[in-house]
Write a protein that binds this ligand. Sequence first.
Ligand code: FES
Ligand SMILES: [Fe+2]
Length: 376
Amino acid sequence: MDRDTELSLIDELLSLKARDSAFLDASTARNPVQNYTSADRFRAEQDKVLRRQLVSAAHSSELQGSGAFLQRHINGLPVLITRDDGGHVHAYLNVCRHRGMRLVAEQTGCRHRFTCPYHAWSYANTGELIAAPQFEAGFPAQSKAELGLRRLHCEERFGFIWLTTAEHNGAQVSTYGDDLDAELEALDMQNMVIAVEHTDVRKVNWKTLLEGGLEAYHFKVAHKNTIGPYFENNLSTYQTFGPHIRSVLARSNFGALDTGSRDSWRLREHANLLYTLFPTTQLLVQQDHVIWIRLEPISVGETHVRVVTLAPRELSANQSHWQRNHGITAATLNEDFAIGEAIQAGALSGANDTFLFGRFEGALAKFNATIQQALD
Ligand code: FES
Ligand SMILES: [Fe+2]
């Protein structure tokens, strides 16, 4: 983030704090509850949004060295990710082109070719079909060149491997826009490693989980026993970058900035930044590390969640520190996830036809409008 942006965000939050006001959008908004409960709606989101946008499938440190591979289940599809001898990453559907057997069973490993366990068709880690027993006799007039693995759009940037699982709509991390690109680059996540992580499956629509990070209205209430005391009351602001959102959430030491000289102001020492990279990646930026939250929608009412503490490589050895830190993050997110499940359980009750977004919950309205645009 450039220094002018950093200072203007601090100025904005200090002035809101002085007026004892939250950042306010022009109006309230409503979102149909059905968007969180309808299986048809979920299928439409999967086809037209989730599978066409970029997913942060892995951190680069999970795919180290030539021949490294890993598999993932993304947007309902089996995916194989590889790194070739030149260091380039590739992604394919993890499905043999002969009769559709799963090609690779291991979650991760190192291999330059993959042999199908059914009839031994072999593929290079760059996707080509390189050998198949008795191919000429059994498959006359078939061309091996046309039987390579089904390739998915894949990029490596900002320390992550990004991919799309179906028709590519042109979205690229390199088109996130200059400002957002520079901010993500400056986080130096390519020099971080996974210090601690956990996964969970929650009975809640994916959008509810994501929305939980987009407002600070609930902090002092829902998180009163965890992080609530460490934040200002509902003091936050946000900015959109196309479909993406950067939220700034002021910590309880924010007022101390008022007294220090402007030269000494450092936003990350007094606020958390949360980047919501449309549609299923959130990066919570803390003072010296980043929490990567990856949502994997399974069905309309079920979501797989992966929460990862990314620590700078040189600080990562202090395991007890990161375990403790991750424990606080996990306890806080578990409060959010439990609330999400309770919302999902009541969503079909008919109590609400719509959910109401207040003027300080404008980021939720923007996020849902982006999905609606993609569906239309
Ligand atoms: S299904 Fe893979 S070789 Fe036959
Ligand atoms: Fe929360």
